[in-house]
Design a protein around this ligand. Structure first.
Ligand SMILES: *Cc1c(COP(=O)(O)O)cnc(C)c1O
Length: 430
């Protein structure tokens, strides 16, 4: 058994001041039971809790740490900034540098604005799309998460298209009445809705590879189909690549699938572990934001020098030859090993992977949308999660999250993880 006494104490202490002990809900072990571990430090692909246990980390701060913890060039870049000042509220060249690095990797982005989180990025992108088109309706997809923006915290009724119903108390019906949600990976429904309402739709926002209901890749032709619909009705197509940008490939999903969105939202990897978000796309649309245009959006700490420096150091390293080839090789090794571990133990699972993000669904059937994802055996996932934790492997404390690998996970780390999975799978109740 793991000794987690200090974490337990830290947890009860935190509960006195912080709701649920956490500053973001998914950090609590709500979906798997038990109390969250408190972290002391991270080095490379390892995470150390305050009781001195070490884990191989597949959460990586929920995606940003593609270079692992305390990457040398990120640390060096941050030290440089600390000699000069942490924030100025005036432009720095660092912002232009990061903007250029993003543009080089994603040609669909002609202009870009930095913000402080993925949520801010999607919120701003939607306002911009509405301001640009002078239309109100937003189309989103069931099970796609775009941050905790009021108008995007919406779920649809089962399968059918419905008018938005808020997922969270505190979100007035009025805020979501212009949000239409529909099932992921179903082009016909989008076509049908747009036949009637297309001229009133401001934007379609989508996780081009879904990563917040587990990992669900788009079906062949799906994104291309959305592009065609958007073109037909003058709708702004937004790819939310907060998770997938610089993760599934250097150019994100749009490079893999060769589909060009009008706007892209980014976050996570582009901050290399510091708080950054960004949205960018066609210059014609981006120039509608203030101060060039009338759509207002601002931020006291936006483009913060520490965050920019960390992002620059990360993206510079990701430009090097062979980085994504190695990530791909190791990701494939892990995904195949995890699949084998389930098969050998006779546990039904469905495996998905795009680049260095992957998911083991404890599901009898294929998982292609939110409906099928929800059929997973989440109790079995919880047992698997705790079994893996005991063996020193830190997975996301929820079935509906991705596992990420970094450039510093070695073949040995991966093989140790597969070996642990083989043992744990065999202990799961059939
Ligand atoms: C994480 C995430 C967000 C929200 O980003 P925050 O920085 O947590 O606000 C938005 N969209 C997607 C696809 C994400 O994965």
């Amino acid at each position: 058994m793991l000794t987690v006494e200090k974490s337990k104490n830290a947890f009860s202490e935190a509960l006195k001041s912080i709701p649920g002990s956490v500053n973001s809900p998914v950090r609590a072990f709500g979906a798997v039971g038990g109390d969250p571990l408190f972290i002391e430090s991270g080095h490379g692909c390892y995470l150390n809790d305050i009781d001195g246990n070490r884990y191989i980390d597949y959460v990586l701060s929920w995606g940003p740490l593609i270079l692992g913890h305390l990457d040398k060039s990120v640390v060096k870049a941050l030290k440089e900034v600390l000699k000069k000042g942490t924030s100025f509220g005036a432009p720095t060249e660092l912002e232009t540098h990061l903007a250029q690095l993003v543009k080089d990797a994603m040609p669909s982005i002609e202009k870009i604005r930095m913000v402080n989180s993925g949520t801010e990025a999607t919120m701003s992108a939607i306002r911009l799309a509405r301001g640009y088109t002078r239309r109100d309706i937003v189309i989103k997809f069931d099970g796609c998460y775009h941050g905790h923006v009021d108008g995007l915290l919406v779920q649809a009724g089962s399968g059918a298209t419905t008018l938005g119903v808020p997922t969270s108390p505190g979100v007035p019906e009025d805020y979501v009445k212009n949000t239409l949600t529909m099932p992921y990976n179903n082009l016909d429904i989008v076509k049908e809705v747009c036949r009637e309402k297309g001229e009133s739709v401001a934007c379609i926002i989508i996780e081009a590879v879904a990563g917040n209901m587990g990992v669900i890749p788009p079906k062949k032709g799906y994104l291309k189909g959305l592009r065609e619909i958007a073109d037909k009705y003058g709708i702004v197509l937004i790819f939310d690549e907060v998770m997938t940008g610089f993760r599934v490939s250097h150019g994100g999903v749009q490079a893999l699938q060769k589909v060009t969105p009008d706007l892209t939202t980014l976050g996570k990897v582009i901050g290399g572990g510091l708080p950054v978000g960004a949205y960018g796309g066609k210059a014609e649309i981006m120039d509608c934001i203030s101060p060039t245009g009338p759509v207002y959006q601002a931020g006291t700490l936006s483009g913060n020098p520490m965050a920019m420096a960390s992002g620059i150091a990360t993206l510079e390293k990701l430009k090097k030859r062979g980085v994504y080839t190695k990530l791909e090789r190791n990701s494939k090794r892990l995904a195949e090993g995890l699949k084998r571990s389930a098969e050998e133990a006779g546990i039904p699972t469905y495996h998905t992977r795009v680049g260095s993000m992957m998911c083991t669904f404890f599901s009898e059937g294929e998982v292609t949308d939110y409906e099928s994802a929800k059929k997973c055996d989440t109790e079995r996932y919880a047992s698997y999660f705790h079994g893996m934790l005991e063996k020193g492997v830190y997975l996301a404390p929820s079935q509906f999250e991705a596992a990420f690998i970094s450039t510093v996970h070695s073949e040995e780390d991966i093989d140790a993880t597969i070996a642990a999975s083989c043992q744990v799978m065999k202990t799961l109740k059939k």
